[in-house]
Write a protein that binds this ligand. Structure first.
Ligand SMILES: *Cc1c(COP(=O)(O)O)cnc(C)c1O
Length: 439
């Protein structure tokens, strides 16, 4: 290809992507769509600058306005999460976790976290699986016992596991990591924080998925419940551009500050700091209303799917109290096959391991589950009535085996009514409109 052909090809692919997303139902639990205001902030010249370090203590000149924006961003983050310290520099959730590992652990220390099949994240993972905690920091991982009947950490079994280690004189967790990538119910932070503290553990809550719900007063409030530190991604249930952040008690400020810069971030994507600041302002204004609707929507979708015969996990507890739900499709097909079938009809979600998949010899390509999150649909203005409609599309495709092309046309039609961003100050530009800056 000639250079100009490459150039044009990339732009045409970008435009096609935008068109596709204008016609699709976005159900990936880790994604969201930013407002036109956030998109404007991330297109600014901040993205071409270097800062390094802390506002007003920079290693570079030219940060006069950058410093002010970052300070405002930190102030709003503290207020949203009720935290004494906020660091908005981590460029992703994994980056924020690495900074926490750096601040609070030494190589070979033990971290307690959920396994991936039980909802943990690769950044909690063991070295033998190339997980971040094991690979980067050489941490040993002990898994939380998990009760999949109620889709949560088993409090009593966790205490027993630790007490057995105490009895056997084995090392205890230096870091306890609550949170995960499948977090339908609040984690037992209150029930376990004091217990772990007596053994000298630092307590972290990874709110990558649920930060927007926490900020909106739903699910739980880990900082109030006593954790030392909380990490998050800014783009899953929050409204931000892709990025990370860390919240903590004041006593950990110095350790975290250094663990971020110079230890694990050099320049920190300043356009995304501006984008986070705008997104936090939106969350302060609209977060409560949004988070409430997210939970109402996920519960409605779960109930509808269950009514239609799908095996939605966590039934005993009402399926979900967050944005996410997990469906066991193992009796129908592999999760990956369902994922492809739905994608072909413009319903975008992903396969997911079930807590008991490994036991049945299933792995990431042959999962027994699919995962959905309703936060992006909620941002597009959908309510519980639309969740009914989505459940029906899924039923007709997966259970009734209707023609995927027919469903795709109906999905496209359905989406025409949901092109604007809600819970935002500015809504003139459509959610997935391709904004052309080139002349
Ligand atoms: C998504 C996720 C992360 C990582 O976030 P990125 O911003 O993608 O780096 C960390 N922890 C959990 C539990 C997650 O689900």
């Amino acid at each position: 290809m000639k250079s100009i052909e490459y150039y044009n090809k990339v732009f045409s692919l970008l435009e096609e992507h935008h068109r596709w997303f204008q016609q699709s139902i976005p159900l990936i639990a880790s994604e969201n769509v930013p407002s036109p205001a956030v998109r404007e902030a991330i297109a600014s010249d901040f993205g071409n600058r270097y800062a390094e370090g802390f506002p007003r203590e920079r290693v570079y000149a030219g940060c006069r306005y950058i410093d002010e924006v970052e300070l405002l961003c930190m102030e709003m983050a503290r207020s949203l999460f009720g935290a004494e310290y906020a660091d908005v520099r981590p460029v992703s959730g994994v980056n924020a976790n690495i900074a926490v590992y750096t601040a609070f652990t030494q190589p070979n220390d033990i971290m307690m976290a959920l396994s991936i099949a039980s909802g943990g994240h690769i950044s909690f993972g063991k070295k033998q699986f190339s997980g971040t905690a094991g690979s980067v920091k050489n941490l040993e991982i002990e898994y939380f016992p998990f009760d999949y009947e109620v889709m949560n950490i088993d409090v009593e079994a966790t205490k027993t596991k630790i007490l057995e280690r105490v009895k056997a004189n084995q090392p205890l967790p230096k870091l306890v990591m609550f949170g995960g990538s499948v977090l339908p119910f609040p984690h037992p932070v209150k029930e376990l924080t004091e217990f772990f503290r007596q053994y000298g553990s630092t307590i972290c809550y990874d709110a990558a998925h649920v930060a927007g719900l926490i900020a909106g007063g739903q699910l739980q409030d880990p900082i109030k419940e006593g954790v030392d530190v909380m990490t998050l991604s800014t783009h899953k249930t929050l409204f931000g551009p892709q990025g990370g952040a860390i919240l903590s008690k004041a006593e950990h400020q110095e350790a975290l500050k250094k663990a971020v810069f110079p230890a694990t971030v050099s320049n920190h994507h300043l356009h995304h700091v501006a984008g986070k600041a705008i997104a936090f302002a939106e969350m302060l204004e609209f977060g409560r209303e949004y988070a409430k609707q997210v939970v109402a929507n996920s519960q409605a979708l779960a109930q509808e799917l269950c009514n239609k015969g799908f095996n939605v996990l966590g039934k005993k507890k009402g399926f979900t109290k967050s944005h996410v739900l997990i469906v066991d499709v193992s009796e129908i097909a592999y999760g990956s096959e369902i994922e492809r079938l739905l994608e072909n009809s413009n319903i975008i979600l992903n396969r997911n391991l079930l807590p008991y998949d490994i036991k049945f010899g299933r792995h990431f390509d042959t999962t027994g589950g699919i995962r959905m999150g309703v936060q992006e649909c909620t941002r597009l203005g959908m309510k519980t009535g639309e969740m009914k409609q989505i459940a029906e599309f899924i039923e007709r495709l997966v259970l009734k085996k209707e023609n995927p092309d027919k469903i795709r046309r109906e999905v496209t039609e359905f989406r025409k009514g949901f092109q604007k961003i809600h819970y935002a100050f500015e809504t003139a530009t459509e959610a997935y409109e391709y904004v052309k800056i080139r002349s």
